[in-house]
Ligand binder design. Structure first.
Ligand SMILES: Cc1cc2nc3c(=O)[nH]c(=O)nc-3n(C[C@H](O)[C@H](O)[C@H](O)COP(=O)(O)OP(=O)(O)OC[C@H]3O[C@@H](n4cnc5c(N)ncnc54)[C@H](O)[C@@H]3O)c2cc1C
Length: 425
């Protein structure tokens, strides 16, 4: 990444921009302790309303959409300006939950592939803090084979009629528009008959339900489409070229998850699950601080965390200088998922049965502030190995597209989709 300014309209240096941000943040945003930030509960509407309010404040102050072009409501500045702003904003409350998927995935994809109107309307509404964008890709029949979606959009009397279902849509209950992948031609191989649509989530024909997860959260949603009517203006990119758009979306998702998107604003954990467990604190609270076996467990987790940080820096740099292909972001994504599992497993192994008590309850006051919901976090330990594609699919990408191994057998390759065997057919 360079320090160049993509807009031709600014003469402000990065240092001047950072100084102006520092002063504005002090006057307008709530200071927080970056090591102990206030977390957002993504399953609650009020978290999203609050994030929109913070985003509006940033917009009014002239610090929103730093890397988005000016014509779509942004500042048209380069990544070095965003990084400088992030460093200044580290000690202030920021609308971090808007980063994924609104800015880093959906707005970034619309910027690359959307129509001029979609860019002008949707990106600027998100930057103003008026709208939240979500992804409608996975289906009840499976998410790994994304090109195999069976939600259909049929042409009828000059409009598109959508029928089908989507699932696992992160925070869709709070969303305003969703990027929806549907099949528009069943007579061609699966990748060739898809179209991406930008869908208003309050449109008639959409029924949305929230999904209750095993950890009690209700952030995910499922949507059912019954004769949802869309115009041509909802098409993102070209009709039957939806795979190009979806691929771009997945590219942005991998960058976002790996922490390499210039469209993310603000740094730090947005919720408690993103904070690494305190293995040493857990060992001490459970009276095992001097146990060599426990020290060994904690040490392994800490080393893995350090390696992860270095891998992010190394792979990020290698992608930027072209020595690794953009798909190499998958390495970070896979290592991140594996590290999270190791860290959470280690926390539960150290906490033992204490990991399932309520933190700081009258029966266990000694655990107040240290138990960190170890047991509940264990229930969602595999989140990172599914979101944005499973770890098995990540291994396929690494094998086939980075290491150049032969592609795995696909019985449906080149076969018209309506002739592909599905389920019991
Ligand atoms: C935190 C989180 C956020 C998410 N957010 C969204 C969202 O906003 N929008 C959205 O549309 N979806 C979202 N998803 C869904 C996610 O994209 C899917 O869970 C994921 O793509 C896997 O699909 P699936 O769960 O249907 O599993 P399936 O595709 O049914 O796969 C089941 C198992 O089979 C394995 N498998 C499948 N195919 C292969 C293969 N070819 N080779 C090897 N192994 C294979 C998989 O790895 C997996 O272990 C989210 C999921 C999570 C956990």
């Amino acid at each position: 990444m360079t320090d160049t300014v993509t807009s031709t309209e600014t003469t402000e240096s990065v240092a001047e921009f950072a100084a102006r941000a520092r002063s504005w943040l002090a006057d307008n945003m709530q200071p927080v302790d970056p090591d102990n930030p206030p977390f957002s509960v993504r399953a609650e509407q009020q978290s999203w309303d609050h994030a929109k309010d913070l985003q509006k404040r940033l917009y009014e102050g002239g610090f929103a959409g730093i890397c988005f072009p000016r014509e779509y409501g942004g500042l048209g500045l380069g990544p070095s300006y965003q990084r400088a702003f992030d460093a200044e904003a580290r000690c202030y409350e920021m609308p971090l939950i808007l980063n994924v998927p609104t800015f880093t995935i959906c707005a970034a994809t619309i910027l690359d592939m959307g129509s001029e109107t979609q860019k002008r309307e949707r990106i600027s509404a998100a930057i103003r803090g008026d709208e939240i964008l979500v992804q409608l890709l996975s289906e009840p029949s499976g998410g790994s084979d994304l090109a195999g979606v069976i939600t259909r959009a049929d042409r009828r009397d000059g409009t598109w009629i959508v029928n089908g279902a989507k699932t696992w849509s992160t925070s869709a209950f709070a969303g305003d528009y969703g990027l929806l992948l549907a099949r528009t031609d069943w007579t061609v191989p699966k990748h060739e008959g898809l179209t991406m649509f930008l869908v208003p989530l309050n449109a008639p024909g959409i029924t949305m339900r929230r999904i209750k997860e095993v950890n009690g959260s209700e952030e995910f949603c499922e949507e059912f489409f019954d004769n949802l009517e869309l115009g041509d203006d909802a098409v993102v990119g070209e009709v039957n070229e939806g795979w190009k758009v979806a691929s771009r979306q997945l590219f942005h998702e991998r960058r976002a998850v790996g922490g390499g998107s210039e469209f993310a604003s603000g740094i730090g954990a947005e919720n408690a699950n993103e904070m690494p467990p305190d293995h040493i604190g857990l060992a001490e609270a459970t009276g095992q601080g001097d146990d060599p076996r426990v020290q060994d467990l904690a040490g392994r987790a800490l080393v893995r965390r350090a390696v992860k940080e270095q891998l992010i820096a190394h792979v990020g740099g290698a992608i930027a200088d072209g020595s690794l292909p953009p798909n190499a972001g998958t390495l970070i994504r896979l290592f991140h998922a594996e590290t999270t599992e190791l860290e959470v497993d280690t926390a539960l192994a150290i906490a033992g049965t204490a990991g399932v008590v309520d933190e700081g309850s009258p029966e266990s006051p000694e655990f107040a502030g240290v138990m960190d919901d170890v047991g509940v976090r264990y229930l969602s330990r595999q989140t990172g190995s599914l979101g944005g594609g499973s770890s098995e699919m990540a291994r396929n990408v690494i094998g086939e597209r980075i290491l150049g191994f032969p592609r795995e057998l696909a019985a449906d390759r080149g076969v018209p989709f309506n002739q592909v065997k599905r389920g019991n057919s």
